[in-house]
Write a protein that binds this ligand. Structure first.
Ligand code: FMN
Length: 727
């Protein structure tokens, strides 16, 4: 079944039962405190587990002239009904070690009785009971469909509990709490259904009847209670109730109900007269009651209370997510065959839709005819001249639900006219397959249409990045489109405060470059992750590649004229602090296992590599190809790289100077070392590239020549071994 059907079922079940579930959860939370308040009473004696039945019965018989019965409840409180020496009839909790009365039987308060009644039947008697039972069953189905949705989201059963990226409060906690309360909620619902079925007499009722051979009852050998084997060998903890013999007639006996069976014992010689297993329905019934109410365990009662609070949160967050999805509807002014621009959207949770809506509105304002639809609706567009595909990636590099049949449709639906296209990928660097679906779409589109711009990727809904794409696209299309950032920009989630440890001076460097070391809060980042800063405290974001050096965040920054990010960082002084966001960039971490690592950088692209070399304490063979303008540009990094070489954390350094004669670029050095590079790639080496996009393009072209010439394969055969982070 597809994810949308599961999601639809999950939602429909929730909508149809949420009022009942809401009421049952609120009352359930209150009721969880009843067993807790009971258990806090001081009626359980110490070392209860070691007390025997023999000890209890003989103590009671010694203390009271007549004992009617004894019950041991889920709290291990022992309740006895006795007649005292004064002839008074008494029911209360006793200490089985002394037979002394500890207190009166606890009566459930009127308030708890009222809430219990409401919880069971909503005061609607049988009809109410039926609905409560039904809703328990529906909640069971909601839990199952929710589990399937989590499984689909996580991609595999073994990943059920693996880490979840926190992109959205409601979504994140819906899944995290859903996983944590899965078992308690399943137990609550199954036991709830069982208890309801029991009330409707649907389950078979088995009562125990004993057949006793009254003819052969004997009073001899007369045994003391303490010497009767079954009493000696049975612990009180196993007992549920004891019915004492009515009189001293041999035909009256002890009936002892244990957890798994019921026995009848001759009161004189201790012979077991009959023994019957407890029926399974009774075992389940007791188990269901204890599990559903939390009787007998403060911990379980608390777990049930927390699970019920979570259910309330699921109702809220589930509806909040649904509303958000609904709000992100696509609307059109023109019919599909009347438009020259077609925006095709792929979105799982609606985050990409506002970007598409903005672009559509602004294009309409500019007098263009635009049609906007989901990728799965792809069909013919008789007047289209340009497609803009805006799609997120979901699961593990897969298509979002409303785009999962697009690639198939693309093969069958044929357009009649020439069409150009641009793909904008929305994704998150926290996932290894960053914007993969956008790249898959682009590869297929290239077969039929003209690519106008290479795939443009947008991390974490960055409005700044979208503006960058728009500016490139505007230039190409000769359009003046600008978007309303306020409508798109979500408040950035600043997750760290960084303090300046030290900073070099930009003016001391020939290329106006400086290194800044920042002390973050916590240690949960690594080299290759990104630091997102918001210099003007608005939506404008600037990203820097992090090198983790001495547990600090180290950035290498080139000061640009009027540069928003570089200007802000340049004005900071030692001790200053500011809030920012550390963005995980799992796709650009130093490989844990690799025969060899080849790092390629130019300019400030060295930043993450300085950290990776500092962290390369396993001495993985690592080569660095580094392009700078001139020898003096290298002064800033000389000491750190020398130290890395001395510590054998950098095996070899290859420098290229582009403004010194002979002018050399990193790709020239790669070409020079073509044989070693080919050999390394063949032996599973990893190549990491960081720096300018122009350098990346040239380097990839040279690498492709190397693999084609020396390994008879294009570079695309080695994609898994190439990691890039260029800007
Ligand atoms: C369960 C899940 C899996 C994701 N998998 C990826 C992924 O493999 N690659 C990626 O770049 N982004 C991934 N993302 C991030 C989304 O693509 C990103 O948040 C996007 O902005 C969501 O837009 P949408 O709500 O329109 O689908 C994933 C998000 C979620 C919730």
């Amino acid at each position: 079944m597809t994810i949308s059907i599961w999601r639809y079922s999950h939602l429909t079940l929730a909508v149809s039962s949420f009022v009942f579930i809401l009421l049952a959860s609120v009352t359930g939370i209150i009721l969880a405190f009843q067993p807790i308040s009971e258990q806090l009473q001081p009626y359980k004696v110490s070392n209860f587990e070691s007390i025997t039945l023999a000890e209890t019965i003989s103590n009671l018989k010694a203390e009271y002239p007549e004992v009617l019965d004894v019950q041991v409840d889920a709290n291990q409180f022992v309740l006895a009904s006795v007649i005292t020496k004064n002839g008074e009839s008494l029911q209360g909790y006793i200490n089985p070690k002394t037979a002394q009365i500890l207190g009166d039987k606890i009566e459930v308060s009127k308030f708890f009785k009222w809430v219990t009644n409401f919880h069971r039947s909503l005061f609607l008697k049988s009809i109410g009971r039926f609905f409560v039972g039904l809703c328990s069953f529906l909640l069971f189905l909601i839990t199952i469909s929710g589990t399937v949705l989590i499984l689909k989201r996580q991609g595999a059963l073994k990943k059920f509990f693996s880490k979840i990226v926190n992109e959205n409060f409601n979504q994140y906690w819906h899944v995290v709490l859903g996983r944590l309360s899965l078992i308690p909620i399943l137990i609550l619902t199954i036991t709830g259904v069982y208890l309801s079925l029991e009330k409707f007499d649907v389950l078979p009722k088995n009562t125990i009847t004993h057949t006793i051979d009254f003819e052969n009852l004997s009073e001899i050998p007369k045994r003391n209670i303490q010497e009767i084997p079954v009493f000696k060998n049975t612990k009180l903890a196993q007992v549920k109730s004891i019915e004492f013999p009515f009189s001293e007639d041999v035909e009256d006996y002890y009936t002892i109900s244990l957890k798994d069976r019921e026995i009848v014992v001759n009161q004189f010689n201790g012979e077991i007269l009959s023994q019957k297993q407890t029926p399974l329905t009774t075992v389940f019934s007791n188990l269901s009651l204890n599990l559903h109410t939390g009787k007998g365990s403060i911990l379980w009662s608390l777990i049930l209370a927390i699970a019920s609070v979570n259910i309330l949160f699921f109702i809220y967050s589930g509806f909040a997510m649904t509303l958000k999805r609904r709000k992100s509807k696509l609307k059109n002014k023109y019919k599909k065959d009347a438009c020259s621009y077609v925006i095709l959207v792929g979105s799982e949770n609606g985050n990409t839709v506002p970007f598409a809506n903005q672009l559509q509105q602004q294009l309409l304002k500019a007098g263009k005819t635009v049609y906007c639809t989901e990728l799965n609706n792809y069909t013919t567009y008789s007047k289209a001249t340009h497609f803009i595909i805006m799609t997120s990636t979901y699961g593990e590099g897969e298509a979002p639900t409303n785009a999962n049949t697009f690639l198939e449709r693309l093969k069958t639906v044929k357009q009649r006219q020439e069409i150009s296209y641009s793909v904008v990928g929305f994704g998150s660097l926290a996932y290894p397959d960053f914007c993969k679906f956008a790249f898959d779409v682009d590869a297929e589109m290239q077969q039929q249409f003209t690519q106008e711009l290479p795939v443009f990727t947008i991390n974490d809904k960055s409005v700044t990045a979208f503006e960058e794409w728009l500016s490139l696209w505007n230039t190409n299309r000769k359009l003046p489109i600008s978007i309303s950032k306020e409508k798109l920009a979500a408040k950035p989630k600043l997750n760290n405060t960084l303090t300046v440890v030290d900073k070099t001076k930009a003016e001391a460097h020939p290329d106006q470059t400086f290194i800044i070391n920042l002390k973050p809060k916590g240690n949960t980042f690594t080299s290759g992750d990104l630091l997102a800063i918001y210099p003007k405290n608005d939506y404008r974001e600037r990203l820097y590649s992090i090198g983790k050096v001495n547990k600090n965040v180290q950035l290498s920054v080139k000061l640009h004229e009027n540069g928003l990010g570089s200007g802000f960082l340049e004005t900071l002084n030692k001790g200053d602090h500011f809030k920012a966001r550390i963005v995980k960039n799992t796709a650009f971490h130093f490989p844990k296992k690799a025969s060899k690592v080849i790092l390629i950088a130019n300019g400030t692209g060295i930043a993450p590599f300085l950290g990776m070399l500092d962290q390369n304490t396993k001495h993985t063979e690592t080569h660095l190809y580094y392009g700078l303008r001139q020898n003096s540009s290298f002064n800033l990094y000389r000491a750190a790289l020398k130290e890395a070489q001395n510590k054998k954390q950098l095996s070899k350094l290859h420098l290229a100077f582009s403004q010194q004669s002979p002018k050399t670029y990193v790709q020239d050095l790669l070409q020079r070392d073509a044989l070693q590079i080919a050999d390394a790639l063949k032996n599973n080496a990893v190549i990491m590239i960081c720096g300018s996009l122009a350098m990346q393009k040239d380097v990839l072209a040279v690498l492709n020549t190397i693999t084609t010439q020396h390994l008879n394969q294009p570079l695309s055969a080695f994609t898994k071994q190439i990691k890039t982070d260029c800007y």
